[in-house]
Ligand binder design. Structure first.
Ligand SMILES: NC(=O)c1ccc[n+]([C@@H]2O[C@H](COP(=O)([O-])OP(=O)(O)OC[C@H]3O[C@@H](n4cnc5c(N)ncnc54)[C@H](OP(=O)(O)O)[C@@H]3O)[C@@H](O)[C@H]2O)c1
Length: 355
């Protein structure tokens, strides 16, 4: 038992559910012995989801006081919440803002001598070192037991910068401007829809919205200082975020070269489609649980070069797919520090080169 590799996912929402599904499907290739998950609310409408995940092979954990409520729904929990954390090798927190930090204080710190690593998603600032796969792997050290998987739009901005401006660890970005055009809520959510486009305010004096602040912080883990600024607005759609970018370099670039750089990056998917619903729909047909695991979907016909050093264009954000890939990558790294890259090759089919 002590030597088993157990991955425990806390939360079964937009990120948690497909993450648990992916871990179950790739369990053998990823050399994971057991996947467990924590479901918070015993809700009748969530019963098919929980049963579906159990059928895939994941073991359910619930709060001590809720065991009877789940049994009343015809669901038999295997572990209680704390027991599942205690016996895990890696814990991946996929709960809403604030809960991950609360869990860290209440449970994770208590078991940090037993559990190899803890991860939390997008909104959990202060949880641990920021991480996006392929961007700042070099910044993660064995001391980093708590990892903060950055948000979907941070992944997207980070890979644009990585592709165009970072060459042999040298930063060629003079200035990066980004407009994050966000979908109002996910198709799995009923709250948070907006009736019309809603613009955001620039809370950060230097960098505008938190998106630029986040990507700045992410690159800071590599000792790279980015000159970036972002704005954001929400659209009354449920399909995919979109980003407009304007990346000024300290060197010359052509449209052909920029296009080829995006095509050559395996974490970038490229498309000639201009409508996000078509990209989303392609993901539904060809992604895992409908998710593309790429960090961005670059719309090639929108790539434009100004003054021989400024690349401008549009791309779509695979909103939970890119976070899921970084989550699995970080978890595997905790489990297999010497061979995780080899094991992650099984996810290659979900990194689509073209949409
Ligand atoms: N959605 C995205 O596209 C996306 C992308 C990148 C990052 N993120 C980040 O990922 C995190 C999760 O987002 P999400 O969209 O998956 O959220 P979500 O769909 O709202 O799901 C949240 C999950 O957390 C559970 N939960 C709620 N309160 C809890 C508590 N007190 N203790 C334990 N579990 C609790 C919920 O369980 P019950 O339903 O059983 O109550 C639900 O399963 C957030 O930090 C978000 O910012 C989201």
């Amino acid at each position: 038992m002590a030597d088993e590799n157990i991955v425990h996912v806390v939360g079964t929402g937009t990120i948690g559910e497909p993450l648990i599904g992916l871990l179950c499907d790739a369990k053998e290739d990823l050399s994971i012995d057991e996947i467990t998950f924590y479901k918070h609310s015993p809700v009748l409408t969530d019963r098919p989801k929980v049963k579906g995940l159990v059928k895939k092979g994941a073991n359910l954990a619930v709060g001590e006081g809720k065991i009877n409520d789940f049994q009343d729904l015809g669901i038999d929990p295997v572990y209680n919440a704390e027991e599942a954390i205690k016996r895990a090798s890696v814990v991946i927190d996929c709960t809403p803002k604030g809960t991950g930090l609360m869990n860290k204080e209440k449970y994770y710190k208590k078991y940090k001598d037993k559990v190899k690593g803890f991860l939390a998603q997008g909104s959990e600032f202060g949880f641990g070192k920021m991480y996006a796969v392929g961007i700042n792997d070099a910044a993660i050290t064995p001391k980093d037991q708590f990892i903060h998987i950055v948000s979907c739009n941070t992944h997207n901005m980070a890979v644009i910068i990585d592709t165009l401006a970072i060459e042999n660890k040298k930063n060629h970005l003079k200035e990066g401007k980004f407009l994050c055009i966000r979908r109002s809520n996910d198709i799995s959510q009923v709250k948070g829809f907006v009736p019309s486009p809603e613009v955001g305010i620039h809370k950060d004096e230097k960098m505008g919205t938190h998106h630029a602040v986040d990507v700045h912080q992410l690159y800071k883990t590599l000792d790279i200082e980015l000159n970036v600024f972002s704005s954001a607005l929400k659209l009354n759609t449920q399909y995919m975020h979109c980003i407009w970018y304007d990346v000024k370099l300290d060197k010359k670039i052509t449209k052909e070269k920029a296009t080829q750089m995006f095509i050559d990056n395996p974490r970038v998917s490229v498309t000639y489609k201009k409508a996000s619903n078509l990209v989303f729909s392609f993901g539904r047909e060809h992604g895992h649980y409908g998710r593309l695991l790429n960090q961005t979907v670059m719309v090639l016909p929108t790539i434009h070069v100004l003054n021989e050093n400024e690349v401008i264009g549009f791309c779509f954000t695979p909103q939970d797919g890119n976070s899921i890939l970084s989550s699995v990558s970080a978890a595997e790294r905790f489990l297999y520090p010497d061979s995780y890259e080899e094991k992650l090759k099984c996810l290659g089919p979900f990194l689509l080169q073209e949409v």
